[in-house]
Design a protein around this ligand. Structure first.
Ligand code: HEC
Ligand code: HEC
Length: 339
């Protein structure tokens, strides 16, 4: 392929590099679909004009940050009670969805529709938002034409506006630190929790409400377990996601460039948090029609392999991954018997 064609398909960043006289590297041609965008070019919501779109996007950001005040279980209008807990989307999607390895949402709107291995069919952005509504927020689906849903979609659309549709952002998800070669240890994690987390999340893990009398004010520090937390079908209920999130973001204010916890402590405290009680989601056994697509750290069965549930929950994960590879090569797929 010619040099110019390569340039056309590289990101803004690579073009800027070229301007300084550095040659386009061969990698851009070898992997055209996986362009890494390290600097996120995201419009400033506060600079939008006070017109219909500006107001909708600002409302969307507020739904993300002050979720419980708009669609929480304690709002005045029962028809608006979509979330089942008083958490905020922004408790997990940090810095309004803009933080590297803080489960950012800057490319979400470009990522969908996409095939969902959990559903076994194509998911739209609204479907994906409702997956967090029904799992992370332990609530019920919000219709596509509900104003808070339209506002969330508008906000996410604005974030992705300047990011190339086929880009992979550097800093997406929660991170991928090395795994332990032992099971994560909830008991050891209890000690880490007491010294590193309890000051904010409280010893009972239930967090700190902004207003003791009115739950719709949400949390100054969100709960990590208990009735008002995410349910057992949520993404953060998987240890790999939880441990990386904690490593890169907690104690709150930490970022990926200067983690405070040793990886081992993050794995163990994550295991401790996930060993505590939380709401149960009915029907999770039906998730993942092909069990070979089920993430190794899914804490609920059925599984394609014979490893015990405890190992799926706490690791070590490498043997499970190896078994899945082997089964994939032998059988191609393993249909979920619960469907
Ligand atoms: C308890 C933590 C938590 C809460 C609360 C939460 N989410 Fe999520 N969300 C996650 C996790 C974990 C993922 C999966 C990230 C991954 O797959 O790497 C995710 C994924 C998403 C995605 C898909 C992102 C992408 O690019 O694929 C969207 C969109 C999203 N959440 C929106 C929301 C909205 C809107 C709310 C509030 C109504 C919300 N989430 C509440 C944890 C949470
Ligand atoms: C300085 C106070 C503080 C400390 C210490 C702290 N957190 Fe947090 N944590 C927060 C706040 C505040 C949020 C919500 C983030 C936001 O609003 O920006 C949060 C969010 C979270 C979340 C996602 C939301 C939820 O409730 O599930 C998890 C998980 C979490 N913290 C775990 C931990 C763990 C584990 C530790 C100890 C290693 C810890 N935190 C230490 C303040 C703290």
């Amino acid at each position: 392929m010619g040099l110019w064609a390569g340039v056309m398909r590289t990101s803004r960043m690579a073009v800027a590099v070229l301007a300084f006289g550095v040659l386009v590297h061969a990698e851009a041609e070898a992997q055209p679909a996986a362009r890494q965008v390290a600097v996120w070019d995201v419009p400033d919501v506060d600079l939008l004009p006070d017109d219909d779109l500006g107001r909708l996007v600002r409302y969307g950001r507020s739904v993300l940050r002050e979720t419980s005040a708009h669609i929480g279980p304690a709002v005045a209008d029962p028809a608006m009670r979509f979330a089942g807990n008083n958490m905020a989307c922004g408790d997990c999607h940090l810095n309004s969805g803009l933080k590297k390895f803080g489960l950012p949402l800057v490319v979400a709107s470009a990522d969908y529709p996409a095939y969902s291995t959990r559903r076994g069919d194509e998911a739209t952005l609204v479907d994906r938002l409702n997956s967090c509504m029904t799992r992370s927020m332990n609530g019920r689906p919000m219709p596509a034409d509900a104003r808070p849903m339209q506002a969330l979609v508008a906000y996410l659309g604005l974030l992705a506006k300047h990011i190339p549709a086929d880009a992979r952002i550097a800093g997406g998800g929660a991170g991928a630190m090395p795994e332990l070669d032992r099971s994560a240890d909830p008991q050891r994690g209890a000690g880490v929790f007491a010294s590193q987390c309890a000051e904010c999340h409280r010893r009972d893990g239930l967090g700190v409400r902004r207003n003791a009398a009115d739950a719709s004010f949400g949390y100054a520090v969100p709960p990590l377990w208990g009735d008002d937390s995410f349910n057992d079908g949520a993404g953060l209920g998987r240890l790999i996601t939880m441990a990386n999130f904690v490593h890169n973001n907690m104690p709150n204010g930490t970022d990926w460039q200067m983690p405070q916890l040793r990886p081992e402590d993050a794995w163990d405290v994550g295991a401790f948090v996930l060993s505590q009680p939380r709401p149960h989601r009915a029907g999770t056994g039906k998730d993942f029609p092909d069990l070979l697509n089920k993430p190794v750290d899914t804490a609920y069965g059925p599984y394609a392999d014979d490893f015990p549930e405890a190992q799926h929950k706490y690791g070590p994960f490498a043997p499970i991954r190896a078994a899945a590879e082997k089964l994939k090569a032998e059988k191609g797929s393993v249909p979920n018997p619960d469907r």
